[in-house]
Design a protein around this ligand. Structure first.
Ligand code: SF4
Length: 344
């Protein structure tokens, strides 16, 4: 379910599952977080005052599920290549997926290009200004819409990512971590903390505080400037009954999808050196001992290496073909007869 994330100052409703917070604590937390942010924030390039709304939007999409340290170099390259939505709208899908590199969850790249096309073709190249309008773009959910409206356009929204939710839930509900995803009641409850002025600093600050201080695994409670009012700290930091879901990587279909994509991205890059930009299906499924070396010799060095790594992951032909089918259905690969390539 998605819904608007415009900030609202209000106390918890009588039926709200979230605690009522005293005005003095609201003011204290706002002030503390904003002051902390002004001195402790990381100098992330998309926070510069002259960053375009498009660049902010790209940073938010890239940062979903990917650490900012990996995002920053890709973000810089991406904006150098495609500084406006119109530039990305005209790029080939193959180039977009290749440039996404190893940020993971590459469907995000396809959705970002779809959003760029809508902005370029229907909105005169301007990134929408309000969270409500931003949410109408392909691939833009409530969180991203609120974040871009706040950070790029100064709209007073409630930006609610995992970090923000964890900080507020620990401080006032005394729980280790929030539920799987926020609902309307939590968004309304969190809205009371967003100040009338400096709301962008609050939104960015509380997110940063969750990323650097009140972290999921190792919160710095001893030196935390809010530890005297933190309900979770006062309760002795009780662990949640439910264990957090850990995202396995090794041995998963996600790992194999990534390895097959790596082969296609290498072939795309080496096509500039006169190697083929596609790879025959046989090469994905053949075992190392039965592989036709003449066929392998037709590939560039990086493609051949990626292929070897991919084949080392599994010898299960049915599984490989099933994953290739999934990539084609998701628009991340294209199959022409017996050859696989990045979509053109
Ligand atoms: S005291 Fe610990 S749990 Fe509470 S807000 Fe600070 S870092 Fe987070």
């Amino acid at each position: 379910m998605t819904h608007r994330a415009t900030a609202e100052s209000r106390s918890s409703r009588p039926d709200s599952p979230f605690p009522t917070v005293a005005d003095t604590d609201i003011h204290r937390v706002r002030q503390t977080i904003i002051t902390w942010f002004e001195t402790a924030a990381r100098p992330l390039p998309w926070r510069d005052a002259d960053t375009s709304a498009w660049a902010v939007l790209v940073s938010e999409i890239m940062s979903q599920q990917t650490p900012v340290s990996r995002v920053e170099p890709r973000w810089r390259e991406w904006l150098q290549k495609w500084p406006t939505p119109a530039d990305l709208a005209q790029a080939t899908t193959a180039e977009v997926l290749h440039s996404w590199d190893r940020l993971g969850y590459p469907r995000r790249a396809l959705r970002l290009q779809e959003a760029a096309r809508v902005i370029a073709e229907e909105l005169d190249g301007s990134v929408p200004q309000t969270a409500q309008e931003l949410e109408r773009l392909p691939g833009i959910g409530a969180y991203t819409a609120a974040a871009v409206a706040s950070f790029a356009h100064g709209e007073r929204t409630t930006v609610l990512d995992t970090n923000v939710r964890r900080v507020l839930i620990r401080l006032f509900a005394g729980r280790d971590r929030p539920s799987a995803s926020p609902g309307r009641a939590e968004t309304e409850w969190a809205g009371q903390f967003v100040p009338e002025t400096d709301h962008e600093k609050w939104n960015a600050g509380v997110m940063e505080f969750g990323a650097l201080v009140c972290t999921a695994r190792n919160p710095g409670c001893q030196t935390c400037p809010l530890n005297d009012i933190c309900a979770w700290q006062k309760a002795g930091r009780p662990a949640s009954a439910e264990k957090p879901k850990t995202q396995k990587w090794a041995g998963t279909d996600r790992q194999l999808r990534g390895a097959i994509m790596d082969v296609l991205k290498s072939a795309h890059a080496e096509a500039a050196s006169d190697f083929p930009d596609s790879v025959t299906l046989d090469l994905f499924t053949a075992s190392t001992t039965t592989i036709d070396s003449d066929l392998l010799d037709t590939l560039g060095h990086a493609t051949s290496e990626s292929l070897t790594k991919m084949r080392d992951l599994t010898a299960d032909t049915d599984r490989i073909l099933r994953i290739i089918d999934g990539l084609v259905v998701d628009g991340l690969a294209a199959q022409h007869e017996e050859r696989l390539t990045l979509p053109q």
